[in-house]
Design a protein around this ligand. Structure first.
Ligand code: MLT
Ligand code: ZN
Length: 460
């Protein structure tokens, strides 16, 4: 008779919230990717750092693998547990632990939702500027583990820029306090940054101190209809040089089609192949007049064919919904996702080449483009045609991803801009990182997680 390793975990932590309920295994064993069937051993929901540390030490002794789990809104399979792992959900560790007015930092537990972080910062008259559509469900620990990007990166950068300090439990079970919120700290390697974007392969984030900043002035949202692909970056150039932008996003008519099928209203009478949503500071009439002047200039140049400027917060929100509703509207179709990036200067040439490639390779597929074009990050989603079987569809998409990797390599781009590698893009890591880099990453992983218990099989 084999004794379940959970018995010894129970003995060590009698008070630990642990579940093997079938619904829980299903719920916590997957993220927003729907490709893998969840099959975790159990779900642990620790209440504090000491419990996390004991779980990791137990995993080292028993060899049971750990899958760290936040809001599971990831799109690369990084939080999937399909091989008898113990899922460690941080959702009960979801409190704000403190605010420091002098340092302008907020200390939080990892399971707090991004939206709750936004609200807490606002209560102190400041903002935490990283933002994206999954804000209500994703958790800050997962944001850190994936170095989440989103819609404000052109102004504020990625999550990495806003982490003042971190407490982590390494794969060996050691508790590290990294950087202690120092602005300057020239004492060797900044290990904090190794954990940011490590996709749960080095350890678990158990506490974070986030840097906050001042709220920008009041803003407005402009939605443009753009008649051709090459005009997208011309509109970006015009907006960036004259307005103080906090977002510059695009989507295609196919994306709008899906969002409308999901309940959104068409913004214009005429359909356009491309749309841009941009948000900018509009504190006074001069800034608003400048936005209208930019619009007129773009119209004269033939870069846009129509536009709407938000006149209220409600209208701004409804324009944003056209862009932020895309992921949800596509989810029932289980799309194959690509999340790629190139340097901003390369975007026009890259767009051209990608469009040719996708038109040639996917004539029968519904290809939905959208994303953060202002920072060079494009989401290319392929929707499965009803008549094709799922496995054949994925195989076809993977064949085209290889061709895409070749284009990316030529343009010096990346196969994952912000979603991470996880399981979905593991086979393509070598297209963006050199053999030497991957060998060094493996070495770092082996040092911090010598028994290989942290999220095995993810990343590489
Ligand atoms: C987005 O920008 O909406 C997210 O990265 C989600 C997605 O790509 O589906
Ligand atoms: Zn995105």
């Amino acid at each position: 008779m084999t004794i379940s390793p959970l018995v010894s975990l129970r003995e060590r932590l009698p008070q630990l919230k642990l579940t093997t309920d079938a619904t829980d295994l299903e719920h916590y064993g997957r993220d927003w990717t729907r490709r893998w069937t969840p099959a975790p051993l159990a779900i642990a929901l620790p209440a504090d750092i000491a419990e996390v540390q004991t779980i990791v030490r137990w995993a080292n002794e028993t060899g049971v693998a750990i899958v760290p789990s936040g809001g599971r809104t990831g799109l690369s399979g990084g939080a999937v547990a399909a091989n008898g792992e113990l899922v460690v959900s941080l959702e009960r560790m979801n409190r704000v632990l403190g605010f420091d007015a002098a340092d302008r930092t907020l200390t939080v537990q990892p399971g707090i939702a991004l939206e709750a972080v936004h609200n807490a910062a606002r209560e102190h008259g400041l903002i935490y500027p990283v933002d994206f559509g999954a804000r209500g469900s994703c958790q800050i620990g997962g944001n850190i583990a994936t170095n989440a990007g989103g819609i404000r990166v052109i102004r504020y950068g990625n999550t990495r820029n806003w982490i003042a300090s971190l407490k982590v439990v390494t794969g060996a079970g050691e508790l590290l306090e990294l950087n202690r919120s120092l602005v300057k700290n020239a004492t060797g390697y900044d290990l904090r940054h190794l954990f940011i974007g490590s996709e749960g392969t080095l350890g678990l984030v158990v506490e974070a101190t986030l840097a906050l900043t001042e709220a920008p002035p009041a803003s407005q949202v402009l939605l443009f209809a753009v008649p051709h692909m090459q005009a997208l970056m011309q509109v970006f150039g015009a907006c960036r040089s004259r307005l103080q932008l906090s977002a510059f996003e695009f989507f295609t008519d196919r994306a709008l089609h899906h969002v409308r099928a999901h309940g959104a209203q068409a913004p214009f009478e005429q359909v356009s192949p491309y749309y841009v949503v941009t948000e900018f500071d509009a504190a006074d009439e001069a800034a608003q007049a400048e936005a209208l002047a930019v619009f007129e200039h773009c119209l004269e140049q033939g870069w846009v064919s129509d536009g709407v400027l938000s006149q209220s917060e409600a209208q701004a929100r409804s324009l944003w919904r056209l862009r932020e509703g895309i992921t949800e509207s596509l989810a029932p179709h289980k799309p194959y996702k690509n999340d790629i990036s190139v340097r901003i200067g390369v975007v026009p040439a890259f767009l051209q080449e990608m469009q040719e490639l996708l038109t040639r390779e996917y004539p029968q597929f519904d290809v939905v483009w959208f994303g953060h074009i202002g920072d060079g990050n494009l989401h290319i989603n392929i929707v499965k045609p009803a008549e094709i079987d799922y496995a054949a569809f994925i195989a076809e998409c993977e064949r085209v991803t290889e061709l895409m990797c070749e284009v990316l390599r030529r343009h010096g781009g990346s196969i994952s801009a912000e979603h991470g590698i996880g399981l979905v893009k593991k086979a393509y890591l070598a297209s963006a990182r050199s053999v030497e880099e991957i060998a060094l990453m493996r070495g770092i992983r082996a040092v911090l997680d010598p028994r290989g218990v942290m999220n095995p099989g993810k990343l590489f």
